[in-house]
Design a protein around this ligand. Structure first.
Ligand code: PLP
Length: 451
């Protein structure tokens, strides 16, 4: 009988995360303090992060131990299964072998708890009892709420207002795990009040919600901030995905020619991809592809330069491919991919040619999601469907060229709270947004000048 699922036992959960900074040919340029334009130090971050995470942010140790307490919680759903997509392969008529790692088995439904759990652990250990964070479509907010419930932390989530109104079930999930959820912009922060003064109907954005959460943490001694992507320590925690996948691919007797992940802030791509980029740096022939929306084409159309990570300019300047921190991407359904920039690590690797990037419009992405749902059965999150589309395209190229390549992608989350998006697609209410060139030009023209 052919094997479909490759599962590891709990004993085989990796005990260390992989830190790509130990192997990168060029490290990212340092984050800068916006006032002095000098590299920031640990003290600049200690108002909102615990020291253990600040150390991970700058560490160049190749392997970092995963604490026992974190492994214990990971074992609730990890190791995550790896699937061979026999049915999709057959439907495509491709000689390619397609594998996917399924992160939708976490209680929150995506890869995000891989980092919310350690972030909650290190904060609790540092004596912090309150966390402020933001969420776009709700995946990260749910993951932080879950972690807060497991470690006894009070979590406040600033949820982008349009999602707060459109996605009540994600909000209810967070509240069920004991978190307080506020629509952003809110009246709880100066940033929120200003945004509402300027426009009482402001629908919110991820960059604005980040500003509110950072302000909350920076103005309350007992509160820290947690971010669900972008930062080095977040990418580090996600590498458990690729490390498990490597063991599973070995059991399957295969090694991928192509590794694919959708890319919002970059942590999902880092998770599945960085352990393979390590091999690529060592000389192995493997392609790692980041997939993004054509309406928010950070890597494929952004500028590589210093920018803020949020709208209000509360974060340090980071060296990233960016569309400009004031750029508000069109309201596509893949809310988790609507971020103006990307992880500094992903950006540097892209700049150095160690990863590739592709962008797709949303209609073709939903078509791929439906093909996947009707072959492999899992209904994917709209974000994840970007990776599926790229995997299908690569498999079709193999068909054309008669090549039997091995393709691995990360199925970063299920789409069971995104069914409105599927309804809208079925009813023909979704459209492709043109690449918003003028808006991006305008946002880029407002970027800080670094002397
Ligand atoms: C299901 C899913 N996949 C991927 C992403 C993108 O994540 P990242 O920021 O790690 O690139 C998100 C972000 O919210 C998500 O919800």
């Amino acid at each position: 009988m052919k094997q479909t699922k490759i599962v590891l036992s709990e004993k085989e959960i990796p005990k260390q995360w992989y830190n790509i900074m130990a192997d990168m040919p060029n490290l990212p340029k340092p984050p800068l303090h916006p006032g002095t334009q000098q590299p920031i130090g640990p003290d600049d971050l200690s108002a909102i992060f615990p020291m253990a995470l600040i150390e991970q942010e700058v560490s160049q140790e190749r392997w970092i131990d995963i604490p026992e307490e974190v492994l214990d919680i990971y074992s609730l759903w990890r190791p995550a299964p790896l699937y061979r997509a026999h049915r999709l392969e057959k439907a495509l008529g491709t000689p390619a072998k397609i594998y996917y790692k399924y992160e939708g088995v976490s209680p929150a439904g995506s890869h995000k708890p891989n980092t919310s759990i350690p972030q909650a652990f290190y904060n609790k250990k540092a004596g912090i009892n309150k966390i402020a964070t933001e969420t776009g479509a709700g995946q990260w907010g749910c993951s932080m709420a879950l972690a807060g419930s497991l470690f006894g932390l009070d979590v406040t989530v600033y949820m982008v207002k349009v999602s707060y109104n459109q996605k009540p079930y994600r909000r209810i999930m967070m509240e069920t795990w004991g978190s307080a959820v506020h629509p952003s912009p809110s009246l709880l922060t100066q940033t929120g009040k200003k945004a509402l003064d300027d426009d009482p109907d402001n629908p919110g954005s991820l960059g604005l919600a980040i500003s509110e959460a950072v302000e909350d943490a920076a103005t309350h001694d007992d509160t820290n901030y947690a971010l669900g992507s972008v930062l080095n320590h977040v990418c580090l925690h996600q590498t458990i995905i690729g490390l498990e996948a490597k063991k599973q691919m070995e059991i399957a007797g295969d090694y991928p020619d192509i590794v694919i992940g959708c890319c919002g802030g970059g942590s999902n791509l880092a998770g599945i991809g960085f352990p393979y980029v390590q091999d690529k740096i060592a000389g192995k022939d493997v392609r790692v592809i980041a997939v993004e929306p054509a309406s928010c084409p950070t890597l494929t159309k952004g500028d590589f330069r210093y920018d803020f990570g949020d709208v209000a300019g509360l974060t340090p300047y980071m060296m990233m491919y960016t569309l400009g921190h004031n750029f508000i991407p069109p309201g596509i359904h893949a809310g988790g991919l609507r971020y103006h920039a990307d992880s500094q690590l992903v950006c540097q690797l892209y700049h150095d040619g160690l990863i590739e990037a592709k962008a797709y419009h949303q209609l073709t992405v939903f078509e791929a999601a439906l093909q996947f749902a009707n072959t492999e059965s899992i209904i994917p999150a709209p974000e994840t469907a970007h990776a599926i589309k790229a995997a299908i395209d690569e498999a079709l190229i193999c068909k054309e060229e008669g090549k039997e390549k091995t393709i691995l992608f990360n199925l970063s989350g299920h789409g069971y709270f995104d069914l409105q998006a599927y309804t809208d697609y079925k009813e023909g209410k979704l459209s492709d947004y043109e690449y918003p060139e003028e808006k991006i030009k305008e946002a880029l023209s407002q970027l800080p000048i670094i002397k």
